[in-house]
Design a protein. Sequence first.
Length: 158
Amino acid sequence: MAQESMDFSDPGGRDPAPALSRLLGDAAMARGALGACATALAILDAASPSRPVTYVNAAFEQMFGVRAQDALGRPLGALVFRGDEALLHRMLAESVFAKPVRAWSKDGAQRPAELALGALRDRDGRVTHWIASFADRSELERLRAELDSLRAPAAKAA
């Protein structure tokens, strides 16, 4: 999505209404796309040291059992890493942008996931927000355990 810069205080006589309308429409479309995404997403405020959550989509709510209004303003670690904020901060500091993690839902159930991080930057290149994307690895982990259990009797027989 291309970004257009416009000074809304421009005394040049241009009517800012069409640009503002387009900007608002683009924002609504982006929000709708994030909301409809089947991947669990959380947006974090990079300007705050605690990296509080500013947005979660419906897939995040479903995967972790946390309502959006309960997630907003809280650190991601408090929501899904049993308070382990250091994990997220290490990934951001080490520039590790995709990693299997153990997360937990609100009910205490473990949620194996692949956490991917992406940075949103302003015009000057400063990171303003982080996008945290969680891919559910539960089925993969279940199949891996099943395969291991099938290998165990074969190894004993040999």
